[in-house]
Design a binder for this molecule. Structure first.
Ligand SMILES: *[C@@H]1O[C@H](CO)[C@@H](O)[C@H](O)[C@H]1NC(C)=O
Ligand SMILES: *[C@@H]1O[C@H](CO)[C@@H](O)[C@H](O)[C@H]1NC(C)=O
Ligand SMILES: *[C@@H]1O[C@H](CO)[C@@H](O)[C@H](O)[C@H]1NC(C)=O
Ligand SMILES: *[C@@H]1O[C@H](CO)[C@@H](O)[C@H](O)[C@H]1NC(C)=O
Length: 376
């Protein structure tokens, strides 16, 4: 019945979906990807250009230099990085030759041709709570609306390929989520934080997270790759905050305490859901542990970081007082900086994060890593 409205293009797309399933089942070739599709949700850590299409402030966009200085062609794309971000590099690990593109950058035809391989719904400045980012940045897309966009994509898939093939594709695909940091920043800057409301705030945050994962599950998602909150107090903007507030050097501890407290709650929620929802599986990456490991081991066989505190792009103390833009100073040795701008990791760190999420051991990723999740 739904096929009545499908033209030649949709037939072609439906065929492509089918071929992908066959290739994955055959599972042989080293060149083929490990999963049919990767769908990405979250904030600036994984936005690949959705915010370019939104009415948001410059702080929630990255489509101008010096962003993208190490991207192919030195192109600013909307990624909050000197090059690729963690979602790009994780997709590459999964065997995709191209990153899941930004949903808002796609035409209707583009959505149809990409939806069987993955799309990114992530929006910089957004969070788990609908209110997050609105006042500070403008019309960012909260998780609730990112899921609405995905739901529309699922409807298109069902129309083109039918219920059964859509369910099969979604069941095998990876749902990569990186969110929650902006909720914490806003809470931490609010009077609620002074009232010591941490437990209630974190409870609400994890409840929202649970709700979104259950919604994705109902739409057909089964394999979730979730990245926890990193030590937010150690990013350049928060080091500057501490310097201004306390006159001392170091990480802004209240934010690190929030990040640390959120991890067991997030882990417990995911464990509980996987017990409750048949076929649901997940990989939880401990971003706090991952970043702490790099702080403690700045020089290894695999990497050399000489600056763990300051932004590569930006001015003033910690490179965090003046925004990263065309006129801002940029460091020369970008692979030696942990932070690209006042709030975001460099490509070098994102590569370590992606590699660890994909293939790391249980010190960092539980109960399985994404490679194992893909193979389930
Ligand atoms: C964009 O947002 C600003 C601030 O919220 C508002 O004043 C302006 O009218 C909006 N512009 C458009 C084109 O919607
Ligand atoms: C990092 O520096 C050490 C010592 O200088 C060197 O042995 C190692 O090869 C370097 N690693 C990378 C990835 O550059
Ligand atoms: C870059 O940022 C600085 C400091 O925030 C600001 O004064 C300047 O106008 C910005 N330059 C451009 C080209 O946006
Ligand atoms: C996990 O990997 C890290 C980094 O390679 C290593 O230091 C650690 O000992 C490993 N832990 C386990 C349990 O294998």
């Amino acid at each position: 019945m739904a096929n009545r409205r499908t033209g030649p293009l949709s037939v072609l797309v439906a065929t492509v979906c089918l071929l992908v399933l066959v290739a994955t089942n055959a599972e042989a070739s080293r060149h083929s990807r490990l999963v049919p599709a990767a769908f990405v949700f979250g904030d600036s850590t994984v936005d690949v250009g959705n915010n370019n299409c939104l009415n948001v402030t410059a702080a929630a966009r990255a489509n101008y230099p010096q962003y993208g200085i190490d991207f192919p062609g030195s192109k600013p794309t909307g990624r909050f990085s000197n090059g690729f971000n963690t979602a790009d590099l994780l997709a590459r690990g999964l065997g995709f030759t191209k990153s899941p593109p930004a949903y808002l950058s796609l035409s209707e035809k583009g959505i149809r041709s990409h939806m069987c391989k993955g799309i990114s719904f992530a929006s910089a400045g957004s969070g788990l709570l609908d209110s997050t980012g609105r006042v500070l940045f403008g019309e960012v897309i909260p998780m609730s609306v990112q899921l609405e966009h995905f739901s529309g994509v699922v409807d298109r898939m069902v129309k083109l390929s039918g219920q059964r093939k859509t369910a099969a594709l979604l069941r095998k695909s990876i749902f990569f989520i990186s969110t929650g940091s902006n909720d914490m920043f806003e809470y931490s800057a609010s009077s609620r934080a002074d009232d010591d409301d941490d437990e209630a705030f974190l409870g609400a945050l994890v409840d929202a997270y649970k709700h979104y994962i259950m919604s994705l599950y109902e739409m057909g998602a089964r394999k979730f790759s979730v990245i926890s909150i990193p030590p937010l107090g150690c990013i350049p903007s928060q080091r500057l905050r501490r310097l201004k507030q306390l006159g001392t050097q170091g990480c802004f501890d209240p934010l690190n305490d929030l990040s640390l407290s959120s991890y067991p709650m997030l882990a417990g929620m995911l464990q509980q859901l996987s017990d409750q929802l048949p076929g649901m599986a997940y990989s939880l990456a401990d971003a706090y542990a991952m970043v702490s490991f790099v702080f403690q081991n700045p020089r290894t066989e695999a990497w050399n970081f000489t600056d763990l505190e300051a932004a590569c792009c930006g001015g003033g103390p910690f490179g965090a007082a003046l925004a990263c833009n065309e006129t801002a100073p940029v460091c020369a040795d970008r692979d030696e900086y942990l932070f690209w701008d006042a709030n975001h990791p460099s490509q070098a760190v994102s590569a370590i994060a992606a590699q660890t999420i994909f293939a790391g051991n249980q010190t960092f990723v539980n109960p399985v890593n994404v490679r194992e999740l893909a193979m389930l």
